[in-house]
Write a protein that binds this ligand. Structure first.
Ligand code: SAH
Ligand code: SF4
Length: 335
């Protein structure tokens, strides 16, 4: 698709044909199964100051926790009992609080004791750390590039030089060269994000040959600086809506028929009744139920209104399975 065609699809009055095309492609290339990955929010400690994120180091209102090795093994055992096949270990970024050698040990133990496959999402760590974790048995790495527009990226990531290489695109290339399956992605509706920038993001998914694409709406957090930044004029600004996230998701599927694309927590959070289902019917083929021990979930507040907070694990799975049973052409299967 060309830049103009993507722009037209983002503006079309009725997105139904776009969703239908993406849903058909998803079924044709990925089959009817939904892949489930168990999400474990390993730590709320972060040294970065991303201006949109509730876990930023400058936010004093966050309860900071880090799971113990034994708690992580228990999460992986739960994933094993639920036949998920894969756990995603996600956290803020911190070399002192989340030492690379400790993560390597956790990877080895989870692989050895539960057989679960491991996806990491631990931020912009060093190439040596990525290599160590790959050797320990991690197979996939998720690192959203948030926006491919370097000036916009630099404006929401303090300390990033807008004249150097995009640091997250650079990391994605390194991860790929180390043999990881890599996932990138963006937030939809960042203040200052124009339609033209979003089109470039969508084209970037394809250029990077991503194995996974994770995207969701930007959700303003009142304890962050970006909350106070105004949008572009309405005709230019990408709206942070479920509709725009679903259009982007559908286009991601159409341009990358073989990618694993989750229906994300942020999409479910801004549309709790039907966000998950909408995502899974406009191109997504992955869902990540939250396996973080219940008592820590409230603290992992990337943005307000994040779903799964306070919902006990077992209930979450019951809701999830009930949701999929409505979509009777879906079958759950191992990752
Ligand atoms: N520290 C790691 C992983 C945790 S953040 C990292 O930064 O990659 C995971 C994702 O949460 C980010 O990539 C971002 O896209 C998303 N996120 C953070 N704050 C958000 C917000 N206010 N609205 C929507 N998504 C947000
Ligand atoms: Fe930290 Fe990730 Fe949030 Fe940035 S987006 S502040 S790196 S947790």
């Amino acid at each position: 698709m060309t830049h103009t065609q993507i722009l037209e699809a983002l503006h079309a009055e009725d997105p139904t044909p776009l969703y239908q095309q993406a849903d058909n492609l998803r079924r044709e290339h990925m089959g009817d199964g939904i892949k489930l990955r168990g999400l474990v929010e390993l730590s709320s400690v972060c040294v970065r100051n991303c201006t949109y994120c509730g876990l930023r180091v400058g936010n004093p209102h966050v309860v900071r926790y880090t799971l113990t090795t034994e708690e992580l093994i228990t999460c992986a055992q739960q994933a094993q009992a639920l036949h998920l096949g894969t756990v995603v270990l996600q956290a803020g970024e911190s070399t002192s609080n989340i030492p690379a050698s400790w993560i390597a040990e956790v990877i080895r133990r989870i692989r050895g004791e539960t057989g679960q496959r491991i996806t990491l999402s631990l931020g912009e760590r060093s190439p040596d750390e990525f290599a160590l974790w790959r050797e320990a048995g991690a197979e996939r790495y998720l690192l959203r590039f948030e926006t491919s527009n370097l000036p916009l990226f630099a404006s929401i990531h303090p300390g990033v030089d807008p004249h150097k290489e995009h640091p997250r695109l650079q990391r994605l290339r390194i991860l790929k060269s180390l043999g990881y399956e890599v996932g990138g992605g963006v937030m939809i509706g960042i203040p200052g994000q124009s339609y033209d920038m979003l089109v470039e993001d969508i084209l970037t998914f394809n250029r990077l040959h991503l194995d996974m694409i994770g995207l969701g709406p930007y959700i303003p957090h009142p304890d962050t600086p970006l909350y106070h930044v105004p949008n572009l004029p309405e005709a230019k600004q990408v709206p942070a809506t479920a509709d725009m996230a679903c259009r982007t998701l559908a286009l991601a599927r159409i341009l990358n028929p073989h990618a694993n694309i989750p229906s994300t927590t942020a999409l479910s959070s801004i549309d709790p009744l039907s966000g998950r289902r909408k995502g899974l019917t406009c191109g997504a083929n992955v869902f990540m139920p939250n396996l973080t021990p219940t008592q820590y979930r409230k603290a992992y507040a990337l943005y307000p209104g994040k779903i799964c907070v306070n919902i006990p694990d077992a209930d979450d799975m019951t809701h999830l399975l009930a949701d999929f049973s409505h979509l009777n052409r879906f079958h759950l299967h191992d990752a």
